[in-house]
Design a protein around this ligand. Structure first.
Ligand code: GLN
Length: 193
């Protein structure tokens, strides 16, 4: 059974721990480099990406995160977590850093004021039947490099991607009680051995 960490600096950590347990993984929170070293894979939760980036620097875990992702650790980011996995942010706040790992440019808070939070059925490659997408001040993916597989779009915008062992969604499957996306990630972790 894979041991999957949830980056627990900020955001909806608890919901991911519950979703991963339901998807037959063993899950635990990760804050420090020593804790990161113990897990096989990592989920980066939703929350606020600027705050998460600053806390990652304060906790001394930003560089270790970059190294593990570069070395091929399976990783899944939702919403702010998707932003953390982007190689480039279109509109970063000052001092905002990312871990990177997915060759994409993201736009923060992309769906705009009229539509800050909404739900929509989303078809995701690799999952049978639509997923209930919960979007909260969600980013979208503006563009992707050749190595990136687009798994889902909503309203003509990219909202789920995969590159190698890195998976990211603009929406929050951890808030719905539907654990199929977490199960997909757990399968990626098992396949990585
Ligand atoms: N808008 C947030 C950010 O820029 C993300 C929101 C979320 O994770 N629900 O980090």
């Amino acid at each position: 059974t894979p041991l999957i960490g949830v980056l627990a600096l900020q955001g909806d950590v608890r919901e991911h721990l519950i979703a991963l347990a339901a998807a037959d993984a063993v899950a635990r929170p990760v804050r420090r480099p020593e804790e990161l070293a113990e897990v096989d894979a990592l989920v980066i939760p939703g929350g606020e990406s600027t705050t998460m980036s600053k806390l990652a620097t304060v906790f001394g875990v930003l560089e270790p995160l970059r190294e593990r992702v570069r070395a091929g650790m399976p990783v899944y980011g939702t919403c702010a977590g998707l932003i953390m996995l982007a190689d480039k942010i279109l509109d970063p706040r000052s001092g905002q850093e990312t871990i990177g790992g997915i060759d994409m440019i993201v736009r923060r808070n992309a769906f705009g004021r009229q539509n800050e939070s909404f739900e929509a059925a989303v078809d995701v490659t690799g999952i049978d039947g639509p997923v209930e997408g919960v979007f909260i001040r969600a980013p979208w993916v503006e563009s992707v490099g050749a190595e990136v597989e687009v798994l889902a779009e909503h309203g003509g915008h990219i909202v789920a991607v995969r590159q190698g062992r890195a998976l990211a969604t603009s929406f929050h499957p951890e808030l719905t009680g539907d654990h199929r996306v977490h199960a997909l990630f757990t399968e990626m972790v098992r396949a990585a051995g």
